[in-house]
Design a protein around this ligand. Structure first.
Ligand code: HEC
Length: 151
């Protein structure tokens, strides 16, 4: 092994074996859940544009996006680990998430349920059937943001 390679291996070893500190885990959790919601918003926005008629309705594309939102809805909750509040990093999550965990869980469950229903109704490709379920799903976003996200 050359000197350079040995040094690189040593440095790599240091990085690999550095313990993950608690606050680092919390920062990661914040990043994780913001990423999940970024993906949710990425799909939900064009879906909303199709609903409003600002974008031509493409049934297959709408269905694909609805399925993605339904899938992502199941991944958000695990990112709200204890201590991952405003003291841990750059987050818009309110402390009430950890003070009223049952209410937060119930709002997350509403979102999961509505988005699963939306993905299911989207299969039919019928805008008249999709519209009210999209509205219901959007209400679950708003309800949680109002209670648990800083604006
Ligand atoms: C059960 C609560 C809850 C539900 C339901 C919810 N959100 Fe959020 N959302 C949050 C919280 C809390 C944050 C702030 C996360 C943070 O900053 O750590 C957030 C952040 C976001 C963000 C910003 C992400 C970023 O880059 O920081 C977007 C976009 C978003 N939500 C979209 C949506 C949409 C669209 C829906 C519905 C389809 C939705 N959310 C449903 C709680 C929720």
């Amino acid at each position: 092994m050359t000197m350079k390679k040995t040094l690189a291996a040593l440095l790599l070893g240091t990085i690999v074996f550095t313990p993950v500190f608690a606050d680092e885990a919390q920062e990661k959790a914040i990043e994780y859940r913001q990423s999940v919601f970024t993906v949710v918003g990425w799909h939900f926005k064009p879906m909303g544009a199709m609903i409003k008629g600002e974008k031509p309705f493409n049934a297959a594309e709408f269905q694909r996006m609805a399925e993605n939102v339904a899938f992502m809805s199941k991944l958000a909750a695990e990112g709200f680990i204890p201590g991952s509040d405003a003291k841990a990093g750059d987050t818009e999550a309110k402390d009430d998430i950890w003070k009223k965990p049952d209410e937060f869980k119930s709002k997350m469950a509403d979102f999961e349920k509505a988005s699963a229903e939306l993905a299911s109704v989207a299969k039919g490709g019928d805008m008249n059937a999709i519209k009210p379920v999209f509205g219901k799903t959007a209400e679950t976003c708003k309800a949680c943001h109002k209670a648990f996200r800083k604006d």
